[in-house]
Structures are given as structure tokens and as C-alpha cells.
Design a protein. Structure first.
Length: 313
């Protein structure tokens, strides 16, 4: 199979039929063998019934319905797990991503040898204050932190080699950072393509300003995980040893000063350096223990399901 199109959605019933027809026309005109995977992330507007109708009319349409809303990352994870295509395309269900971009994205993967290609909505139709400016700030921070030189991490229109999606773990709200996850997994040939952005035709956006706050917090998380996720002792242990050494040095100084330099002076417990030394050694010990516990958890963790499927077709 040439292409799997993975589409996570939440309450996008009005756009599904139009989106399906558009994708099907593109696939048939380019003679691709394909499948369309709709991942219903707990919709309450009848989206699943529409997906079932589309599946009855087109055997290339498949779907997964979550028991409740688990988030876009979990929806993508489920879609990646089920996808069979040589190339996997992800796109949003709100008709803001243009299916006409699919053939060129496919060629960039199969002919140009990219592991993944991310879309760049260079010209956007969103509000400047609520989306454009925060998005530019977010993307700048993501580039500086991750080292992945993309202009638009948040673009839902992306293309992947089959083995990329099968070897990355998209969880929490890490869908924004799939290029970073791919890079950390060893897939370093990451390309970018300017894609057409279209104004939302139906409904309202599901994302508010809070997504950027969460995005920056997730950015810190993925930076930490990429640097120290497999070796937490390297960070916490180093901090612990450094803090303990500082506290011990203060204690040694106080002891030498009291015993040899100023035996008739103030009691050690009356000097502020004593409390600095005590607190610093306690914090250092806690950092070291945190690193040790992190290593134990890392070696004993269990893989648990992050979503529950209600139905699938």
C-alpha cells in the first residue's frame, strides 16, 4: 500500500464527507493505493456515525473511536499503530490542510529520501494576536531548544516513512514535537515543505491560548527527556554531588575555624554558614536520591495503555 492518511478529529462531522471526497479524488487521480484512518477522539456530534457511513461506501476508509477524549497525541499513536502504508500522511480534519499537497509530500519521502517532511503554513489565515504571534514565539523556542530547524512544528500536515511512525512513542501532548521525537530516535533527515493553509470552513477551533503554555512546558519536558531521559542520575546525581560538596566545604571551614583559628569565638550553630552548609547537604542528598530513584523507575516501568478504544472499523 502506498499511503496511509491518519486524521485525528474531535467534533468535525460537518467537514468529514468533503474531506474524504477531496482525499479520494487526489489518491485516484495519482493512482495511489491508499487507506484513510479517521481517529475519533471522543466526538459527541455524530462524527463516528459519519465515519461508519464513509467506511460502508469506501473500503479504504477505516476508523477508531475512543471511549472518551484522550487527546491528539493518543489519537495519532493509535493511528500510527494501525497504519499499513509505506508513507504515512497526517492531517487535521477541519479542512485547513490541503490534500493536494499529498503527492509532493509522498515524492519527498520516496524519491528525495527524507525520513519525514513537515508542512510549513507560511501564509496563515488565523488571528495575528491569538495564534500567529504566539506560534512564531513557540516555534523559535522549539528550534533553539531541539536543534530541529523547522518553521512550523504545529502544522498537522506531515509525511513519514513507515518505519518512523512505528519507532516513535507519541504520548501526553507531544504531537507538537514529533520531529524532535524522530530526531531523538535516529531519523535525522527531516525536511520541510511550504503548504497551503486554508481558513476554517466549519465549526470552531479546538485550541486556545492554553495550548501554547502547555507547549512550552512540553518543550522543557522533551528537552529533559532527550538529554537525561535514559540517564537521570547524570543530572540529579551531578547536582546532588555538587550541592553536597559545597555544604561539606562550608562545614569543613567552620570546623577548622572553630578548632584551630578561633576557638573562643561564637558557637558553630550561631553562625549563618552552619545553616547554609546543613541545607545544602540535605538538598544535595535529595537530588542524589531522586536520580537513584529515577534510574530504578526507568528499569522497572511498565508499558500501559494511554487510551481506551470503544469501536473500530
Amino acid at each position: 500500500m502506498n499511503i496511509s492518511v491518519v486524521i485525528p478529529l474531535l467534533n468535525e462531522r460537518e467537514s468529514l464527507i468533503e474531506l474524504h471526497d477531496w482525499i479520494a479524488d487526489v489518491m485516484q487521480s495519482n493512482h495511489f493505493s491508499y487507506e484513510i484512518l479517521f481517529i475519533d477522539d471522543g466526538s459527541t456530534d455524530g462524527s463516528w456515525e459519519t465515519i461508519q457511513q464513509l467506511s460502508e461506501n469506501n473500503k479504504a476508509v477505516k476508523g477508531i473511536q475512543f471511549l472518551r477524549n484522550f487527546g491528539k497525541s493518543q489519537a495519532l499513536h493509535a493511528g500510527f499503530d494501525k497504519a499499513l502504508g509505506d508513507v504515512i500522511i497526517t492531517m487535521d480534519a477541519d479542512l485547513q490542510d490541503n490534500p493536494e499537497e499529498i503527492p509532493e509530500l509522498y515524492n519527498m519521502i520516496t524519491s528525495d529520501g527524507f525520513d519525514m517532511v513537515s508542512g510549513w503554513k507560511k501564509k496563515r489565515y488565523d488571528s495575528v494576536l491569538s495564534k500567529n504571534m504566539p506560534s512564531k514565539l513557540f516555534n523559535w523556542a522549539a528550534r533553539k531548544t531541539s536543534g530541529v530547524k523547522l518553521h512550523d512544528f504545529n502544522c498537522g500536515l506531515k509525511a513519514y516513512k513507515h518505519n518512523v511512525v512505528k519507532n516513535i512513542d507519541v504520548n501526553g501532548e507531544m504531537h507538537r514535537y514529533i520531529p524532535v521525537l524522530a530526531k531523538n530516535a535516529g531519523f535525522t533527515k527531516i525536511g520541510e515543505k511550504i503548504v497551503q493553509h486554508q481558513a476554517r470552513k466549519y465549526g470552531e477551533t479546538k485550541f486556545g491560548m492554553d495550548r501554547f503554555i502547555h507547549g512550552f512546558l512540553d518543550l522543557i519536558t522533551i528537552w529533559f527527556i532527550s538529554r537525561f531521559g535514559r540517564r537521570p542520575m547524570h543530572l540529579f546525581g551531578a547536582l546532588g554531588v555538587m550541592m553536597f560538596a559545597i555544604g561539606f566545604a562550608f562545614s569543613l571551614y567552620l570546623g577548622i575555624d572553630k578548632l584551630f583559628l578561633n576557638p573562643d569565638g561564637r558557637l558553630i550553630t550561631d553562625r549563618p554558614q552552619f545553616f547554609i552548609a546543613l541545607v545544602t547537604m540535605i538538598i544535595g542528598t535529595q537530588f542524589f536520591v531522586a536520580g537513584f530513584l529515577g534510574e530504578i523507575i526507568l528499569r522497572t516501568k511498565e508499558n500501559r495503555k494511554r487510551y481506551l478504544i470503544k469501536d473500530a472499523i
